[in-house]
Design a binder for this molecule. Structure first.
Ligand code: GDG
Length: 460
């Protein structure tokens, strides 16, 4: 094995790839895109994963789980409140998603954010041996790359942002903008989901720090920093295979039968988050019913909403609003045995999710802003028979690649209504043609390609 391919990767992310299972308290691999993407990379080289276990408290020791060296970082209850719920989810998350909700800027959240970033950086430094690659993830850890570099200039350090990077004028709101940018410029490669994200970052870096250069190559502190887009993806083969299994087909047929086999099923799957445009799409469906363009005999809408960030006030408010809307639509249009909207606020297994994707005639994905949106790619990967129509917001990173979806502006109510109607009535041949193209794109650019391309750039 040559030196490069034997280089180990130290992943640094807010969450560890494992969690404690039920009452047994044993560690189990967590489901989710990032874990699936990176587990093979980390396992291959007996490398390490630095992250938080998800509950407040101290004292977790390093351990090994399925060939991954797990390095837990502890957070106190106060830090969970200020670094995680506060600065990460009430300052950065809304600001980076086009300020859909007003971000709050509080010094008493900033200080713990710096402190926790320092703790993650120290854990990364301790885990990294000479010549390792360190790969820092997401908006919780924007300061960590520089903190790691200050201790270990010998390491190659990468950073990847899973959410959008906002335009310079919005980023400028952040009172700590210079420190944030310098934190990121501590990396050798700064990666984004889209080229627009990379451009926004480079422009902000030139405006608010001493960095100079182009949108893809900056010079800062006598070093070169590569900036690029690396659109994340899914394990296409897993979804494709799982979808084709007899068991999945039967499960999907069972769902359809229960809901009325002759009705067209419109499906949405999201974390319950105000960036996902859940109410916009419910209103579009309601309007089609109201105008008599469809009836509950022809169509049914299913919203799977995974509980998320419940301690944050904006999330609780949004949940109430959505639940009222679902109640209103069902109250007005439901019939005995014919619910208009099925709303599930809970987690499903990945296998059940695939069966729902298989059952759905139309996948309705309408975020107001989204870094990528893996749900759209997962739906495509499960359409092994080329049936099904994907409606996708122009404001999801995935829209850059999935050009043959029905693209829609979620704030354009009339556009949403007519696109939903087009999807429900699309000719089979056209739907097949579109799906074939979409599947080729996702198959070719799967998560393994994503990780491989990024790490190749990081090796330099
Ligand atoms: C962030 C960025 C970016 C959903 N319900 C269940 C379940 N899921 C899984 C889906 C999918 C994942 O959760 C959601 O990923 P998304 O990409 O759609 O959205 P975010 O959570 O907002 O992720 C996003 C992503 O990071 C990666 O970079 O694409 O833009 O916001 O994989 O399948 N999984 C299970 N049960 C469920 O009920 N097991």
């Amino acid at each position: 094995m040559d030196r490069r391919s034997s280089q180990r990767v130290v992943v640094v992310a807010n969450r560890l790839p494992v969690h404690r299972a039920g009452s047994s308290g044993r560690w189990q691999s967590s489901a989710g895109g990032l874990v699936t993407a990176l587990e093979p990379v980390v396992k291959a080289g007996n490398a390490a994963w630095v992250g938080w276990a998800g509950t407040a408290g101290t004292g977790l020791r390093p351990f090994t789980h399925e060939q991954m060296r797990i390095r837990p970082v502890s957070l106190s209850r106060d830090e969970v409140e200020k670094y995680y719920n506060g600065f990460s989810n009430r300052t950065l998350w809304p600001l980076f998603h086009d300020a859909i909700r007003s971000p709050e800027f509080r010094q008493e959240w900033w200080e713990p954010y710096v402190e926790v970033n320092r703790r993650f950086a120290a854990a990364a430094v301790a885990a990294a041996r000479e010549g390792d690659l360190v790969w820092v993830h997401d908006y919780h850890l924007l300061l960590a790359p520089l903190m790691i570099r200050e201790e270990r200039p010998d390491l190659r350090i990468g950073f990847f942002l899973h959410i959008p990077f906002p335009p310079e004028e919005l980023f400028a709101w952040l009172p700590w903008r210079q420190a944030m940018l310098e934190g990121l410029l501590g990396a050798d490669v700064v990666g984004f989901q889209t080229y627009a994200g990379a451009q926004n970052f480079s422009r902000a870096a030139r405006a608010f720090t001493d960095a100079e250069g182009t949108d893809t190559l900056l010079e800062f502190g006598g070093r070169e920093v590569r900036v690029g887009s690396f659109p994340i993806s899914i394990d296409f083969d897993w979804f494709d295979k799982r979808a084709a299994m007899e068991e999945t087909e039967q499960e999907a047929a069972g769902f359809r039968e229960k809901m009325g086999s002759e009705r067209r099923l419109i499906l949405s799957v999201d974390r319950l988050d105000y960036t996902k445009g859940i109410d916009n799409r419910l209103r579009a469906y309601e309007e089609l019913l109201k105008r008599g363009r469809i009836s509950v005999d022809d169509a049914v809408f299913m919203q799977i909403a995974v509980p998320s960030r419940e301690p944050v006030a904006e999330y609780a408010e949004m949940r109430t609003r959505i639940e009222q809307l679902v109640g209103r639509i069902n109250g007005e249009f439901g019939m005995p045995g014919r619910v208009a909207v099925h709303y599930f606020r809970r987690n499903f297994t990945r296998e059940d999710l695939v069966a729902y994707y298989r059952a759905a005639d139309v996948m309705f994905v309408t975020p107001l802003r989204d870094g990528m949106n893996l749900v759209a790619k997962e739906y495509v990967a499960t359409r092994t028979d080329l049936s099904g129509v994907l409606i996708l917001s122009e404001f999801a990173g995935a829209a850059r690649e999935l050009r043959r979806a029905l693209l829609v502006n979620p704030r354009d109510q009339e556009g949403m209504i007519s696109t939903l109607e087009t999807a429900l009535t699309m000719d089979r041949q056209e739907a097949r043609h579109r799906m074939a193209v979409l599947r080729t794109v996702v198959r070719r650019h799967d998560v393994h390609e994503w990780a491989g391309t990024y790490l190749e750039a990081l090796r330099g």
